[in-house]
Design a protein around this ligand. Structure first.
Ligand code: A3P
Length: 351
């Protein structure tokens, strides 16, 4: 009786997937039932480990990711059509993405929106609303947006590692700016941020346990070393395509890096602009203090359901000294040396 066998098999498969989604979602607010069956099936085949904010994170194409992100990334990989004029900002979470979005938006749109204007979009909108993530906004929730009507140059952002960007992006002349931050501060920033996002009925993430996960590479879009090395190698091979920046360097001399970004993007500041103080104006407009104090960043929500206020914490280099024990410092130093030593990626870790 072939028909009934087929039915039985298909019912069983769908029941397994439904039960799987319920089990995974259990108690952590992650609604896996919203995923496509294709994505649920894929998850069943992927290695998984305990997640920071979701019960599990999954290893997709060599990096760790939450289920809803995987679905959005697959859609982005399948549907996004790059243009040579596109600019993509890339980072691993908590490396200074919000800041880079603000700076890049201000540079690229400075003819349209004067930096000194009281109506500058950065005064009324969070940078994540002005520069959308592929995986959290554009291709999230099963959306396939029509981006063809957006005027050039289009500005997007992603946390996807370089190795998982589709060939069309790699082969096009679109430009990528990567921001990277020392793993000590990135870990602490991620740990505190994740704890703020957890719902009240879920216990906080313990520092020691989360640190162990981070050192095993188990963090969203991690391992962090692979993420950094992917963009770093491409920036060495194709410096006109990938600009590799470090948060700490930018904190030290933001005007130098503003000029570098503008030049890389093909819109260098003119002598006149420099004399008029446009570069310093952008630095001030996008400064941590200025952005943290804006009403939109105190009250609004831009990425998923996250409150903007959590995106602006301390904005300093070296805050990790207030959290990490000497043995954690030793372990993470050794790990960074083992994974990044000799690559040319080095960090300033003290203020
Ligand atoms: P801390 O948690 O150490 O304060 P991301 O934007 O990738 O999520 O990174 C968040 C980190 O960047 C946070 O670090 C945050 O405070 C800091 N940050 C946000 N806006 C900034 C700005 N305008 N200038 C410098 N740092 C900023």
């Amino acid at each position: 009786m072939p028909t009934s066998t087929t039915n039985t098999t298909s019912i069983t498969t769908s029941m397994v997937i439904t039960q799987f989604a319920k089990n995974q979602a259990n108690g952590h607010g992650e609604d896996l039932e919203k995923l496509t069956n294709e994505c649920k099936e894929l998850l069943l085949s992927l290695p998984k480990e305990k997640g920071w904010r979701t019960p599990y994170i999954y290893k997709y194409q060599g990096f760790w990711c939450q289920p809803q992100e995987i679905q959005a990334i697959i859609s982005f990989q399948k549907h996004f059509q790059p243009r040579d004029t596109d600019v993509i900002l890339a980072s691993i979470p908590k490396s200074g993405t919000t800041w880079l979005k603000a700076l890049s938006f201000a540079i690229m749109n400075r003819k349209q929106f004067a930096i000194s204007s009281n109506n500058h979009p950065l005064l009324a909108s969070n940078p994540h609303d002005l520069v959308p993530f592929f995986e959290y906004k554009l291709y999230a929730n099963k959306q396939v947006p029509d981006l063809s009507k957006l005027p050039d140059p289009r500005l997007f952002a992603t946390h996807v590692p370089f190795s998982s960007l589709q060939d069309s992006i790699k082969k096009s002349n679109c430009r990528i700016i990567y921001i990277c931050r020392n793993p000590f501060d990135t870990f602490i920033s991620s740990w505190i941020f994740s704890n703020k996002l957890r719902s009240e009925n879920v216990p906080p993430l313990a520092l020691e346990e989360t640190f162990k996960m981070y050192c095993k590479g188990l963090v969203g879009f991690g391992p962090f070393w692979d993420h950094m090395l992917g963009y770093w190698k491409e920036s060495l091979e194709k410096p006109d395509k990938v600009l590799f920046l470090k948060y700490e360097d930018m904190k030290e001399d933001v005007t130098f890096y503003l000029k570098k970004i503008a030049k890389f993007l093909g819109c260098p500041f003119s002598m006149e602009e420099e004399k008029e103080g446009v570069v310093e104006g952008i630095a001030r407009l996008c400064s941590f203090e200025k952005m943290k104090d804006l009403e939109v960043n105190k009250t609004g929500k831009s990425i998923k359901n996250f409150e903007n206020k959590h995106l602006f914490r301390k904005g300093e280099v070296g805050d990790w000294v207030n959290y990490l024990s000497p043995s954690m410092v030793k372990q993470l130093s050794q790990l960074a040396e083992e994974k990044l030593g000799g690559s040319g990626i080095e960090f300033k870790v003290f203020p």
